[in-house]
Design a protein around this ligand. Structure first.
Ligand SMILES: Nc1ncnc2c1ncn2[C@@H]1O[C@H](COP(=O)(O)OP(=O)(O)OP(=O)(O)O)[C@@H](O)[C@H]1O
Length: 337
């Protein structure tokens, strides 16, 4: 008997991850597509397309079809999904694979339909959707089926998802269109404002990862970094040295909004579940969980202990795969085709 393949997809603003049962994460590539400006044909997808960024002739445009956690370009997203599903399922898959795609907790019904249709048009036999915080919680190994409150905060590239989960469902949730990309933007703004230096988003991300911190670092851990950019006035290359403290200040605003999104959920959490969360703490997932001191900032501002999931960048993809194995119990929490 031939089983169709089961594939879990984390369709992220920054990265697409594909999980196949028994093989783990088989694809991890940036959500970037290179398109011909002449006829709209797809020239490259994923890492290959990302490498073309800023290096294309007029005939090719490199786009990110997902923006702020939702589909910004439906046609290109579908092509991107088709490419990744084909790559993961291989040519032996009969009748197309069964696919679980995760969507941000705050997407509208129209947006959900668009993702589901994109998966079906891209060759899936069945397509289920799972809300991102639930997938993140599953992937982080949180016992979501227990009658007990679990809080998960998933900070991605374009969105932050906060949810309290109990009995396989989201009891209270909040989704804000704010994530790592906005933190990078604040770093770009800061460099321009304070030093008249123009930097690109990849440099801003490097600064964030190398010396960024959500809270001021202790004296012995403070860092500096030489940043290369273009002088705003002369247009010539220039290097400036920035400190971790400067970056902490520069990114305070978006981090504050993330903390507020968490506080809103805590305010709405029923007392019984709140008491479970105080005992167990909150779990941080998504790439933003890796920002230095993010767990500390959240713990300080909420008074609740905070820990980082084991594989914060892979949690959601692993969770989509796990959801396919537990369709029976999760069915009520999924959106089905
Ligand atoms: N070490 C790190 N420190 C700080 N931020 C990091 C680190 N590693 C990755 N990130 C950030 O994590 C973000 C990507 O996270 P992730 O892959 O979870 O997002 P996504 O799932 O693609 O986005 P979304 O959930 O919004 O659709 C990027 O903004 C990236 O800069």
């Amino acid at each position: 008997m031939v089983f169709s393949k089961r594939i879990g997809i984390d369709l992220g603003t920054a990265n697409v991850l594909v999980y196949v049962k028994g093989r783990g994460i088989v694809i991890k590539e940036p959500s970037v597509v290179a398109v011909s400006t002449k006829d709209g044909s797809i020239k490259a997808v994923g890492a290959e397309a990302r490498d073309m960024l800023g290096r294309t002739p007029e005939t090719i445009e490199v786009v990110r079809p997902m923006k702020d956690g939702v589909i910004a370009d439906y046609v290109i997203t579908e092509e991107m999904l088709r490419h990744f599903i084909g790559k993961a399922a291989g040519r032996f898959s009969l009748g197309g694979p069964e696919v679980m795609v995760c969507v941000p907790g705050g997407v509208t019904t129209v947006e959900m339909r668009a993702v589901r249709d994109a998966a079906l048009n891209a060759g899936a036999k069945h397509a289920w959707l799972i809300r991102e915080p639930l997938a993140a919680a599953l992937g982080a190994g949180i016992p979501v089926s227990a009658p007990s409150g679990n809080m998960v905060i998933d900070i991605g590239g374009g969105t932050t998802e906060v949810a309290v989960i109990s009995l396989n469902g989201i009891v209270v949730g909040n989704s804000v269109r704010l994530g790592g990309n906005h933190i990078d933007e604040e770093i770009m703004n800061y460099m321009k404002r304070s030093y008249g230096l123009i930097i690109g988003d990849r440099t801003a991300e490097e600064i964030k990862i190398e010396i960024g911190s959500a809270v001021p670092l202790p004296e012995e851990e403070k860092k500096t970094m030489n940043v290369k950019g273009r002088d705003q006035v002369t247009g010539l290359p220039r290097t400036v040295t920035v400190t971790s403290d400067e970056i902490t200040e520069a990114i305070a605003e978006p981090l504050d909004s993330i903390v507020n999104a968490v506080l809103v959920v805590l305010e709405e959490t029923p007392p019984e579940l709140m008491s479970d969360i105080i005992d167990k703490g909150m779990v941080l997932a998504g790439g933003g969980a890796l920002l230095r001191g993010m767990d500390k900032l959240l713990a300080e501002r909420t008074g609740i202990p905070c820990c980082i999931a084991e594989n914060p960048l892979d949690c959601v993809a692993i969770g989509t795969g796990m959801a396919l194995e537990h369709l029976d119990v999760l069915r009520d929490s999924l959106i089905e085709d």
